[in-house]
Design a protein around this ligand. Structure first.
Ligand SMILES: [Zn+2]
Length: 252
């Protein structure tokens, strides 16, 4: 009997008919998590109280980075074409220009709401991939992720690490069909309480279980130590613009 990773309900009270992409299909994601029920899958993809869904906030954040890599490499086939509601990206003689549409707002309310949806989307991506790859996730320690990502209960912090240099080893293939690999890079630091991931060249950290102040301080100092050569700062993201979605570092 299948049990949903998010709502923890089991068949037959819930169904598993739809395919749940761990990484959005329109970003080129190919992996499916079979433990996401249809109603949870729909929840992440549908607009809730805001004018954007959790999945959409996630896609908007990573679409520009992905598009920039694909525009410069000009692949023959087009995989997963996400159509942004917020940004236009234009390339002219190797230079990129991002245009903000009026639907993207810089006011604090909009920025905080969009950022919150993004954070929940990032947790969704991570958690569904963790479950798919390592067959874990039903344990009680992950309830904080379920509560925040699926039910918007209790805010969890997400840290964003800004790079020193623009050189990011991202292959064309990786941009076309992005994946999430754990502990691939030397500068990523994860322990019992905190996880760090890199997705499309962006590095994030977040708690994966309840943590104390001292465990955060310990994580922070170990993480920063590993990153001193490659990264400038760690930010607890509050606004959507706290993420370097346009990858300004690549302009240098
Ligand atoms: Zn469910």
């Amino acid at each position: 009997m299948k049990k949903c990773l998010w709502c923890l309900k089991s068949e037959p009270s819930i169904s598993f008919k739809k395919k749940a992409h761990t990484i959005p299909k329109s970003l080129g994601g190919e992996n499916i998590n079979n433990n996401v029920c249809d109603s949870c899958n729909e929840y992440f993809g549908n607009k809730q109280e805001e004018n954007f869904s959790i999945e959409e906030a996630l896609k908007e954040a990573f679409n520009i980075t992905r598009k920039r890599i694909l525009l410069s490499s000009k692949p023959k086939k087009q995989v997963g074409k996400f159509k942004s509601r917020f940004f236009d990206i234009k390339e002219k003689k190797g230079k990129y220009k991002i245009q903000y549409r009026t639907s993207f707002r810089f006011n604090t309310h909009f920025q905080i709401k969009l950022c919150n949806s993004f954070k929940r989307g990032l947790y969704k991506l991570y958690f569904e991939e963790l479950n798919r790859q390592q067959n874990i996730g039903y344990e009680d320690q992950y309830n904080i992720i379920r509560e925040y990502a699926r039910y918007n209960v209790n805010d969890l912090p997400v840290f964003y690490f800004k790079r020193k240099f623009g050189m990011v080893a991202l292959t064309e293939r990786e941009a076309e069909t992005p994946t999430l690999k754990f502990n691939r890079m030397k500068y990523l630091y994860s322990n019992d309480c905190f996880e760090e991931i890199e997705f499309l060249g962006h590095v994030f950290g977040f708690p994966k279980k309840e943590f104390s102040k001292s465990s955060f301080e310990n994580y922070y100092s170990e993480s920063v130590k590993k990153k001193q050569d490659t990264f400038l700062t760690m930010t607890i993201i509050k606004k959507f613009t706290d993420i370097d979605i346009t990858w300004s570092i690549m302009n240098n």
